[in-house]
Design a protein around this ligand. Structure first.
Ligand code: 1GP
Length: 232
């Protein structure tokens, strides 16, 4: 699957938001995700509503904080940053947001989020105040994902963070694929078809791409094709 990530801060430019969502729909992206590690503009709810209005794709929240909830979405990645040891991101934010999630009627998908070193410090790294898993330590990622599966999580998200110079290494995706039966989402730094095919071949079930489509929404067509080819 291919997920198109909309960062509400970057989408404050309404034209870019419209073009990105329209291209995602034309390319038949499987999901549109909305969220970001840090929100510096208001209007999160309005952004999700606008995406939903423009889109015929399912809209799923990928929240960086409990402030990023909206009843206009179809579902929510209920994220636990299991690569880190920050209690707020393991249980604190969940407690804060659980009543709102329930009241909004959002489908919550319990997701183990693994932050992986992608060559430089990203916003996700800085804001989460957690150490990423070293890029060349697939065994740590596999053990962490397995712990998540044993704890009852329903998906694993391997991420080098938005705009990272490097993607997660295919070797690491493969190690996680061998360790768990859960759907594996991979994001951070995916820019071209070769990377997409390598990650899918290693066992990724969904790729999430944001920055490359902000730079040029038309790139969604090539990545859609790469993901579709990898599925065959
Ligand atoms: C970030 O996985 C997403 O959490 C997407 O990253 O913006 O680098 O595509 P990019």
């Amino acid at each position: 699957m291919l997920g198109v990530l909309i960062d509400p801060d970057h989408a404050a430019d309404g034209d870019l938001l419209e073009r990105t969502v329209q291209h995602a729909c034309m390319a038949k992206a499987d999901l549109i995700l909305v969220g970001g590690s840090l929100l510096t503009t208001d209007g999160f709810d309005a952004c999700v509503r606008r995406v939903k209005e423009l889109s015929d794709r399912p809209v799923v929240l990928f929240p960086g904080s409990p402030a990023q909830l909206s009843g206009y979405a179809d579902a929510l990645l209920f994220l636990s940053v299991i690569s880190g040891r920050n209690p707020e991101l393991l249980i604190g934010h969940h407690v804060t947001s659980a009543p709102t999630v329930k009241a909004l009627g959002l489908e919550a998908i319990p997701t183990g989020y693994l932050l992986v070193d992608g060559g430089r410090m990203t916003t996700a790294h800085y804001v989460s105040q957690t150490s990423p898993i070293p890029h060349d330590k697939p065994g740590i990622a596999a053990a962490t994902a397995l712990a998540g599966e044993l704890l009852g999580l329903k998906a694993i998200y391997l991420d080098t963070g938005s705009g990272a110079p490097r993607t997660v290494a295919p070797d690491m995706v493969k190690a996680v694929r061998d360790a768990v039966d859960l759907p594996i989402i991979v994001g951070g730094g995916v820019r071209n078809s070769e990377q997409a095919q390598a990650l899918c071949a290693a066992g990724a079930d969904m790729l999430v791409v944001g920055t490359a489509f902000e730079e040029d929404p038309e790139r969604v067509f090539a990545l859609r094709e790469a993901v579709t080819l990898a599925r065959r």
